[in-house]
Every structure is written in structure tokens, then in C-alpha cells.
Design a binder for this molecule. Structure first.
Ligand code: IYR
Length: 221
């Protein structure tokens, strides 16, 4: 017998049958887009807290929950992050990216200027934990960290979208400067930088499309 207790699980009961609920959710999610034109309209701390709580419900290897979400609204800190990111991006666009990568990015019309890092009311920097720093756990090992943190980030983006907010998955590379600016300990490694806010008035997004179901789904191998 396991020495650990099990408790009854109450499955979530939506109003409708899965056929209806799944379609409704897809119709909502297909409206999500990565946004680079943010408004400076404030978003309350309570909202950000709930997005992070939602992300923190993600499954993780051995339930180690190897993530930390640093929420930034201080304009001086956002300015510093913008400067750090733009420095890396200048290098990326001028030297680091190979011609194929730059060609693949052309439809997105991105460049090394990142004003959204100061305009969006919140920046959430997601760190992955390279060791478990919870004093209540026995070992400090962590497992499937990229999978776990990736799922948590997906849930964060979904929660923000369902709350009527826009996000961007921003990955200035390398991201080491974020740990320095935010004074994070060595075992926390920057994973994703997510600006959160409302879209700017007249916001546009690239005219790009999602793959069809036939392209992304295979039934029975
Ligand atoms: N980090 C750069 C470049 C970039 C890379 C990928 I992959 C994208 O999907 C979008 C941008 C930038 O943010 O401009």
C-alpha cells in the first residue's frame, strides 16, 4: 500500500456535452493572436495574480512545479528590460540569425525595436527552476522542466485570452540579462517574456494562417 493518501476527485462539469464545449472553446481560442501593439491601459494586479494562479495549475514532472513568474509593472524596470532586449535583438537581426531564419520572420515584420516592452502595463517573465527550491520537498531534483513550464505558459496565455487580454510570447535570445536585471538566483533560468495588456486602438496583426486539421492531425498512425 502506498503511504500517500488519495482523495476523491470531482471532475469539472461543464454545462454542455463535450462536442459543444470543445467546439466553443476552439472558436474562442482561434481568436487569440500574438500582439505587438499594446495599449498602456492598466491591468490590475488581481488579474495578473489570477493568470499566474491558473498557470500554476499546470501538470509538472513529479509535481515539482518548476516555475517562477516575475510580474513587472515598474516603468524603470520595464525600461531596463527593453534596453536589454533591444541590445540582444540588434545582435540577432544583424548577426545571430541565419538568412533562412530572417526570411521565415519576414511575414511577421519584426525588427529590433521593442516598444511594447515599455507600453504593455505588465511584463511577466517566466523562469524555469533548475532545482526545486521548495523547503517542503525532500529532494531538489526537477523533471521534464521544459515540458512542465511550456504547458504552464500555454495555460497562462489561454487564461489571459479568456480574460480579454492580449499577450506576446517574446524570446529575446539569449535571455540571461533578465536574470541579472531581476536579481534572480542562479537556478532560475529565463524561459519566456510575456507582455500582458490590452491591444492598442487600431492594432493590426500579420495576415498569417493556421494549418488545417488535416495537416496537423493523424488518426491511428
Ligand atoms: N526574438 C526576435 C525574433 C523572433 C523570432 C521568432 I522564432 C519569432 O517567432 C518572432 C521573432 C524578435 O522578437 O524580434
Amino acid at each position: 500500500m502506498s503511504q500517500f493518501n488519495s482523495i476523491p476527485y470531482q471532475p469539472y462539469q461543464p454545462d454542455d456535452v463535450p462536442e459543444v464545449e470543445a467546439r466553443r472553446f476552439y472558436e474562442t481560442m482561434r481568436k487569440r493572436r500574438s500582439v505587438r501593439l499594446f495599449s498602456d491601459k492598466p491591468v490590475s494586479r488581481a488579474v495578473i495574480e489570477n493568470l499566474i494562479l491558473a498557470a500554476g495549475t499546470a501538470p509538472s514532472g513529479a509535481n515539482k512545479q518548476p516555475w517562477r513568474f516575475v510580474a513587472i509593472q515598474d516603468p524603470a524596470l520595464k525600461h531596463e528590460i527593453r534596453l536589454g532586449a533591444e541590445e540582444e535583438e540588434r545582435e540577432f537581426y544583424a548577426r545571430r540569425a541565419n538568412p533562412t531564419w530572417l526570411e521565415d520572420l519576414r511575414p511577421l515584420a519584426t525588427d529590433d525595436s521593442k516598444p511594447f516592452l515599455e507600453i504593455a502595463p505588465w511584463l511577466v517573465v517566466v523562469f524555469k527552476l533548475m532545482k526545486d527550491d521548495n523547503p517542503e520537498t525532500k529532494s531538489d531534483q526537477v523533471y521534464y522542466v521544459n515540458e512542465s513550464v511550456g504547458i504552464a505558459c500555454g495555460m497562462f496565455l489561454t487564461a489571459a485570452h479568456l480574460a480579454g487580454l492580449a499577450t506576446l510570447t517574446h524570446t529575446p535570445s539569449p535571455m540571461k540579462f533578465l536574470g541579472k536585471i531581476l536579481n534572480r538566483p542562479d537556478h532560475e533560468r529565463p524561459y519566456l517574456l510575456i507582455p500582458v495588456g490590452y491591444t492598442a486602438e487600431g492594432c493590426t496583426v500579420p495576415d498569417i494562417h493556421r494549418k488545417t486539421l488535416e495537416q496537423i492531425m493523424v488518426v491511428d498512425g
